[in-house]
Design a protein around this ligand. Structure first.
Ligand code: AMP
Ligand code: MG
Length: 353
């Protein structure tokens, strides 16, 4: 009898076991970590073969997010390092007094804000702080008297935010002016976190920062990520599914922070031209390759009439999906191949031009 047969069989089995354990070790794993930051539950999901690398990459991404959050924080926190003054706190404290040296990322956020404020004709304004404070969102929201709205509006004005790129300073020209980076900081921080993941060698990731979605690459099944666009009037309803690859989708809606008086909704996205909550839309999703830009644009487009928003988006080469206050759904024609509209919703679908 050939005695080499069983030996060969055992060797083959061993080799198969070794190969299987090697492949198992290299198979793509998922690592998810959640943190509460910037008033939002943030979730970062990454994929790769080395669990330790995934964990370290996510930690580094969160460090980056915390850093941006601290720069943009408008509330002084007694007893903490931020009490000494975030960049935004210091700019606000020095309003009408002196320009303030700031971090390059603060300057980049303010430049982004200024650019889109000009482009939106004043529908977006990062100096909206005094008006936001007056309405009291986040504290005790209420409808302010018209004369107080007029007084707060007098302190809103992007033209009085002066940025000096050479000296790396920011200055609010008049006393009482106040920055509010609520419409931009989360998206900017999300983009920074994603770029940090990329630097750590991650190729597939999804960051969900409460309505701000940024994906890296394709999903683990190697197809585009599928993102549900919420029905603004049904907490568990979805009006469409968006296919997204290497891009950001950020939603501004009148359902995140609001109160009602006599059946009328008052929400946290204000129109700096009237002093009251913007009335054109219920929810607007901006899609861009950069989460910071998508965040600014979601707020810009939210305040503008849908037709103006669509035209502006087309001019910028960006994309937008809009649910209007009068129950219409419009979206950029360039999104058509990436949108699956769901039946049975309470809206009229009209494709934008
Ligand atoms: P978002 O959810 O990104 O649309 O941001 C809403 C936040 O942006 C608000 O909570 C305010 O902090 C700020 N904000 C509200 N209205 C405006 C506006 N017209 N322009 C710029 N920022 C705004
Ligand atoms: Mg925004």
């Amino acid at each position: 009898m050939n005695r080499r047969g069983p030996v060969l069989l055992i060797a083959l089995l061993l080799l198969t076991a070794l190969l299987a354990s090697f492949l198992y070790g290299r198979r793509s794993r998922e690592y998810t970590s959640d943190q509460f930051l910037m008033d939002t539950l943030i979730s970062i999901k990454v994929y790769g073969s080395d669990p330790e690398n995934l964990r370290m990459a996510v930690n580094a991404a969160y460090t980056e997010m915390h850093r941006i959050a601290e720069l943009a924080d408008s509330f002084p926190h007694p007893g903490t390092a931020a009490f000494a003054g975030s960049d935004v706190c210091r700019i606000n404290q020095q309003a009408g007094i002196a320009p303030v040296p700031v971090n390059p990322d603060t300057l980049a956020m303010l430049q982004l804000a200024k650019k889109y404020c000009e482009l939106s004709g004043g529908a977006f304004d990062v100096t909206i702080g005094p008006l936001m404070d007056l309405w009291g969102f986040g504290k005790i929201p209420h409808i302010p008297p018209p004369e107080e709205i007029r007084a707060a509006l007098a302190l809103v004005g992007n033209q009085d935010l002066l940025l000096d790129e050479i000296k790396q300073t920011a200055f609010l020209r008049r006393r009482g002016m106040k920055l509010d980076l609520g419409a931009i900081a989360k998206g900017y921080a999300t983009e920074k976190a994603l770029q940090s993941l990329k630097k750590s060698g991650i190729r597939k990731a999804l960051i969900d920062a409460g309505g701000n979605i940024r994906v890296l690459g394709r999903n683990p099944h190697n197809s585009p990520w599928r993102i549900g666009i919420k029905d603004p009037r049904k907490s568990d309803g979805i009006v469409a599914i968006l296919s997204l690859e290497d891009a950001a989708a950020v939603t501004s809606g009148d359902y995140y922070r609001f109160f009602e008086v006599d059946g009328k909704r008052y929400h946290h996205i204000l129109d700096p031209r009237t002093g009251y909550p913007a009335v054109e839309n219920m929810a607007v999703t901006a899609i861009s390759s950069d989460a910071g830009i998508a965040d600014v644009l979601s707020t810009v487009f939210f305040v503008l009439p849908a037709e103006t928003a669509l035209k502006t988006a087309a001019g910028l080469g960006e994309k937008v999906f809009i649910v209007t206050a009068d129950h219409r759904i419009l979206y950029s024609p360039s999104l058509a191949a990436n949108i699956e509209l769901l039946p049975g919703t309470a809206y009229r679908y009209e494709q934008g031009r």
